[in-house]
Design a protein around this ligand. Sequence first.
Ligand SMILES: Cc1cc2nc3c(=O)[nH]c(=O)nc-3n(C[C@H](O)[C@H](O)[C@H](O)COP(=O)(O)O)c2cc1C
Length: 166
Amino acid sequence: MTFKELCEARYSCRNYKSEPIASEKLEYIKECVRLAPSAVNLQPWRFLFIDDKEGLQKICSCYKREWIQTAPAIVICLKREDEAWTRRCDGHNHADIDIAIATEHLCLAATEQGLGNCWVCNFDVEALMATGLIPQGYTPAVLVPLGVPADEPKEKTRKPLDEVWG
Ligand SMILES: Cc1cc2nc3c(=O)[nH]c(=O)nc-3n(C[C@H](O)[C@H](O)[C@H](O)COP(=O)(O)O)c2cc1C
């Protein structure tokens, strides 16, 4: 697959088969996430791979869309603002940019491995913090359900090139 083909193949999968994630695929994805760039190489992140029933139930209680319950695994992408680079001139903290890059590495690597995935940010952060899953000092930024797709990609709707560039 070329990189363009990979970009075209990635889509928001919202229905999964129940089969577990193959361990060699998971290891491949983990390494691709580890290699992601971050400001000043501070890597202000941590990723929790959750595939046990109790953990999945806790996460699903924080994002009330039924489709996420079909996922056999969910990655909680955690950021840490106090370990991220802050730009001096305006005080802008780059934890969100860093976690977004690493999360997209995750999604693209999963796609390459034939695993469906979806960015999910519309979850209840406070409720997730209260589950006991989140290590001290970290804040959940994105949930990424993972699994063999049980749906089909939809056609991409994107702005035309001349509205995106220049
Ligand atoms: C930062 C971010 C947050 C998102 N949050 C959600 C979400 O909470 N729930 C959801 O179903 N999709 C979510 N999405 C998926 C987008 O709706 C989706 O990427 C977009 O509609 C383009 O569709 P595609 O991913 O299939 O190309 C999110 C995507 C991004 C990048």
